[in-house]
Design a protein around this ligand. Structure first.
Ligand code: IMP
Ligand code: MG
Length: 177
């Protein structure tokens, strides 16, 4: 598997340091607010597990599954494959995403959840590719701003593979071209 990676973009040490700092910041900002973390599956699963172990205030968590990607291309339409199991009216929501790319997914999701009357919605993303933004969304919390490259690992996939890589790597072009 590792032979398919052109280079390591973010090492395990860098990931853990930034994720811990984000957890501490969110803990300060949401003290006493009992936030509900909403993880966007599947890409969020490692990031969310690490992040939440660095959050030391009362909180709860739930998950959604959406799809907009096919291979390395965004299809532009978002589908909800799994909805929340908790009522979010009056709750402080923190959406946990692996990467904010065009912003189409999060823009859709934010508007979708807004209709259920939460107290607030914030976005916590591991990575942000601001150069590719098409929809008007920004991250309230972001660990890394990255250039426009297709990355895998630490939860992120290419055709369901590489999620188990412990770091963020740039995939060799020949793998997807
Ligand atoms: P957006 O709707 O274009 O912002 O895409 C967001 C989703 O696309 C992310 O949650 C990822 O699942 C996926 N995605 C975007 N860029 C990458 C990448 O470089 N590698 C793997 N998945 C990506
Ligand atoms: Mg995702």
């Amino acid at each position: 598997m590792k032979e398919d990676i052109e280079r390591v973009l973010i090492s395990e040490e860098e990931l853990h340091a930034k994720v811990a700092a984000m957890g501490a910041q969110i803990s300060r900002d949401f003290e006493g607010k009992d936030p509900l973390f909403v993880g966007v599956l599947k890409g969020c699963f490692i990031f969310m597990a690490d992040l939440l172990r660095c959050v030391d205030i009362h909180c709860s968590m739930d998950f959604m599954a959406v799809s907009s990607y096919s291979g390395v291309k965004s299809t532009g339409t978002v589908r909800i494959n799994k909805d929340l199991s908790e009522d979010i009216a009056g709750r402080h929501i923190i959406i946990v995403e692996d990467i904010l790319d065009s912003g189409v997914t999060l823009n859709y999701l934010k508007n979708f959840l807004q209709q259920r009357g939460p107290a607030s919605i914030h976005i916590a993303t591991l990575m942000d590719k601001p150069a590719r933004r098409k929809a008007p969304v920004f991250a309230d919390y972001s660990c890394f701003e990255i250039p426009d490259a297709f990355v895998v690992g630490y939860g992120l996939d290419y055709n369901e593979r590489y999620r188990n890589l412990p770091y963020i790597g740039v995939l060799k072009r020949e793998i997807y071209e």
